[in-house]
Design a protein around this ligand. Structure first.
Ligand code: BV8
Length: 234
């Protein structure tokens, strides 16, 4: 179902784990997903990290190691190409902590749940690129503190990144496209309502209907590597 992009001034796209599925990265809530094999409270909360930092580091180390063996897929590439060609404002907000949008060339990109390839020191708060495994014995390269490094990701009950910029983009967008997310996690799951409130057309591109499918103007279902190029007419 083509959309007339020529009349559009501002497009906001939200992505979730589903856009990286065809690159070989696990999603969270589908069968055999990340949450099937790990208790969320144990690996994606500040309390879980305090309780057992070694387990949390193992969970993120395994996901970080996997990044070197996957590449962006056609859906990631399509969004980067569309952004280059689009004459209006384009913002890509991802819930994903992988680097596939970055490697595909997306520029105006917010990782609202943080990034797997960054570490944060609880002691000195410095954020740095990280490619190696971290353990509770890792030393902070800035302040030297042992055991203070954590993945620079947003866990449950922590404040997502870039919300002010995201909400101001949603308040004036003509089109909001949600790709590969189940719509289970807030505040991302509520972005489509903010866009609707601004009078935007809302679109869900997903393998199957998300939690809020009935709230979108256009819903198209199938694999992202087919839906996204078709929708963005590239
Ligand atoms: C917040 C860590 C306050 C990083 C994640 C009590 C206290 C505080 C907050 C809360 C609370 N109770 C509830 C909340 C809110 C809470 C929340 O939403 N809970 C839910 C469970 C009800 N949210 C928070 O805590 C957030 N912080 O609220 O701060 C605040 C906020 C605003 C203003 C003021 C204060 C923090 C949320 C971030 C949590 N961190 N992970 C990591 O390990 O990755 S959540 C985790 O879920 C990931 O980040 C992931 O990105 C996110 C969403 O999952 P999806 O990406 O949608 O993945 P999923 O598997 O679910 O779905 C995949 C979809 O893809 C499916 O629909 C499938 O059909 C589709 N698909 C599959 N294959 C394909 C495909 N589509 C297309 N093609 C394919 N091939």
């Amino acid at each position: 179902m083509p959309v007339d992009f020529s009349s559009m001034q501002s497009v906001v796209v939200l992505t979730g784990a589903g856009i990286s599925a065809e690159s070989g990265l696990s999603t969270f809530r589908l069968k055999d997903g990340l949450w099937d094999n790990h208790a969320v409270d144990d690996v994606a909360t500040p309390e879980g990290f305090l309780r057992n930092p070694a387990l949390v580091h193992q969970f993120y180390n395994a996901r970080r190691r996997q990044l070197s063996s996957v590449v962006p897929n056609l859906a990631h590439a399509t969004l980067a190409t569309f952004e280059r060609n689009f004459t209006g404002e384009f913002l890509l907000v991802t819930q994903n902590i992988d680097d596939l949008h970055d490697r595909a060339g997306s520029q105006n990109l917010i990782h609202m749940h943080g990034e797997l390839l960054k570490s944060r020191c609880i002691a000195c708060r410095r954020i740095r690129p990280v490619a190696m495994d971290m353990t509770p014995d890792s030393l902070c390269p800035d302040c030297g503190q042992q055991g203070a490094l954590r993945p620079d990701v947003v866990w449950f009950e922590e404040m997502p990144i870039g919300l002010e910029q995201i909400y101001s983009a949603l308040a004036c967008c003509d089109l909001f496209v949600s790709i590969g997310t189940s719509g289970n996690v807030y505040p991302a799951a509520g972005f489509f309502q903010e866009a609707r409130r601004a009078g935007a057309q809302t679109v869900e591109l997903n393998l199957d209907p998300g939690e809020h499918a009935s709230g979108f103007d256009i819903c198209l279902y199938g694999p992202a590597t087919k839906l996204v190029p078709d929708f963005f007419q590239l």
